[in-house]
Design a protein around this ligand. Sequence first.
Ligand SMILES: Nc1nc2c(ncn2[C@@H]2O[C@H](COP(=O)(O)OP(=O)(O)O)[C@@H](O)[C@H]2O)c(=O)[nH]1
Ligand SMILES: [Mg+2]
Length: 594
Amino acid sequence: MFVVATAGHVDHGKSTLVRALTGMEPDRWAEERRRGMTIDLGFAWTTLPSGGTVAFVDVPGHERFVPNMLAGVGPVPAALIVVAADEGWMPQSAEHLAALDALGVAYGLLAVTRADLADPGPATARARAEIAETSLGAVPAVAVSGLTGAGLPQLRAALDRLAAQLPAPVLDDPVRLWVDRSFTVRGSGTVVTGTLGAGRLRVGDELELAGADEPVRVRGLHSLGEARPQAAAVARVAVNLRGTPRDRLGRGDALLTPGRFHHTDLVDVRLAGDAAADLPATLTLHVGSAAVPVRVRPLGPDTVRLRLARPLPLLVGDRALLRDPGRHHVNGGVRVLDVAPPPLARRGAAAARAQVLAELDGRPDLAGELRRRRLIRAGTLIRMGVAVPAEPGRDRPAFAEPVAGDWLADPAHWRWLGERLTEEVARHAREHPLEPGMPVDALRQRLALPDRVLVEALVRPPLRIHSGRVGAASADALPAPVALAVQRVRAEYGDRPFRAPEADRLVDLGLGPREIGAAVRAGALLRLADNVVLLPDALDGAVRVLAGLPQPFTLSAARQALDTTRRVAVPLLELLDRRGATRRLPDDARIVVS
Ligand SMILES: Nc1nc2c(ncn2[C@@H]2O[C@H](COP(=O)(O)OP(=O)(O)O)[C@@H](O)[C@H]2O)c(=O)[nH]1
Ligand SMILES: [Mg+2]
C-alpha cells in the first residue's frame, strides 16, 4: 500500500479530489459535511491502474486546523499538494509546503484543481516554483477537475509512478505507530488508527504504550476496511486493543514494539529554518501525530535543547517541526541529534555542548556514541535508535563487542579504566597491607562504574578476584599444596629460568593439569604448552637475553643463549611472537621488536 497525505489551502478542492478518486467520503463528521469544510483528518483509498492500493490521509486546509494537518502528514512520507487553478498560491499553500519541507518529505505530486474554472497554467507555474525550493524538489503536475473528472486518469497514472519511486519499507524495524484517531466500537472496545511506516503488526502482539505499566494487546486488526491477521508496512491500520480504555490513549500517543524505544522529554536537535537565537522560548514540537509544547534553549547557531511538556518515544535522526501556534509560523524543521543529552550544570557546559552538537548530523553513529558516552548498554543505544550489530562477525567492529554483559565501552576509556583499577588496587594494598585485596564494590564506587560486572571484566592477571576482593594473585592465594609446589619450582629453577620441569618431575611435585591450571590462573606459573611451564617472570628475562644476541637470531642461537631445550624454546618464541615482543622473519630467523 502507498499512503499519501493531501496538502493545500482551504477550499482548493482536496476533499473533492479524494472523493472523485476513491468514491469514498473523506469528511467523516456531520459538522464537516454541514459546513462543507474539512476539520479533522479524513481517510479513503482506491486501487490504482497498476493494481496497487493508494490510501489518502486528507487534511484540513483552514489555518485554524494546521495542527490536525500536521498530525496527518507527520507519519506519511508522500504528499499530494493541491492548488486551485482559480485562486492560485495562498497562505496555507505556503504553510503546508513549509511543513512538508520541515519534515523533509521528499516525494510528492502537484494537482492543480478547479481547472474547469480557470486556466491552470499560472497556478501550476507558481506552485512548481515554490515546491522546487523545498525537500520535494521538482514534482510532476497534473491539472484536474473534481467536478468534470478531467485529468483524473492522468493523476491516477502519476500516483502510480510516485508509488513506484518510494523506498521499500523496513519490515524488520520495530513498530512505532503514531495514533491519529481513537474511538470505541460497540462490542470490541478501543480502536486506534495510524499509518504503519515500518515493521509489522499481528493479532495477538503485545505493544508498549507510553505511560501504561502493562503492555497492550492487539485484539484485532483492520486495514482498508477489512479484518486481517497481520499488516505489514506501509499500511493504514486500525488496531483494536484488548482491555485498554478509550481515555487511555488518543492522537499523539504511539503504540510501540516493547523495549525498543526510549521515552524522552529532553532532546538536542538541529534546526533547518529560523536561527536558534531567533526562536521564542516556547513553541510546539510536532512529530509523528504528536504536538507537544516545548521550552527552547539555544545552544549553537542552529542547535537547541528542547524540554518537552511530556515524554515522547523519539530516536536519533527523527524529523520533527517547530511551530509558533500564535503566529501561524512554521519555525523550521528539526533533526533529532540526541535523545539522552547530558545535563548542562557546569559553567561553560552549554558552549561545550554546542561544539559537540556541531559535529553531529542525526545519523546514528555507534563509534561516536561510545566516544561521547564512554560506557553504555547495547540495549540503551538501540532504544535511542543507534544500531548495534548483535552477532559477532564480519559486520561487528571490535569496539562493538560487549566488554561485559551487554555493556559497550569506548576502547580508550576502557583501557584507562583498566589502569585506574590497577592503581586503586595497589593503593589499597599499601594502605591496608593485611587485607587480601580491595572489595569489588569499593572499586566499583571508586571508578564510578554502574555495574559490578564491569569491575569483574576489568580485572586482568596478575590481578584476580577472590572472595569478592580484587588483589594481586600470588602463590599465597593458591590452595596450599599448589602454592607449595610452585615454591619448589621457584627454588629449583629460579637460577635457570628457561628450564621447564620435565613431565615426570611435575608429577613428583604434585602438579597435574588441574593444579597447573590454578597456578596459571593465579599468575604463579606460565604455561607454554601442555606440561611445559615456566615461572611468570621468564618472559621478560627471555626478551632481555634475546635482545643481547646479534639480530636476527636463529632458533638454535636463542636456545643456546637461553640455556634451554627445543621443548621450551619453540613455544616460548612462538608466545613472544604472539605478544609482539619478537618477530619471525620469512627465513625463520627472528628479531626482538624494540
Ligand atoms: N468547479 C469546481 N469546483 C470544485 C472543484 N474541486 C472542488 N470544488 C469545489 O470547491 C469547494 C471546496 O472543495 P473542497 O474539496 O471541500 O476543498 P478542500 O477544503 O481543499 O478540501 C467545494 O465547494 C467544491 O465543490 C473542481 O475541480 N471544480
Ligand atoms: Mg477538505
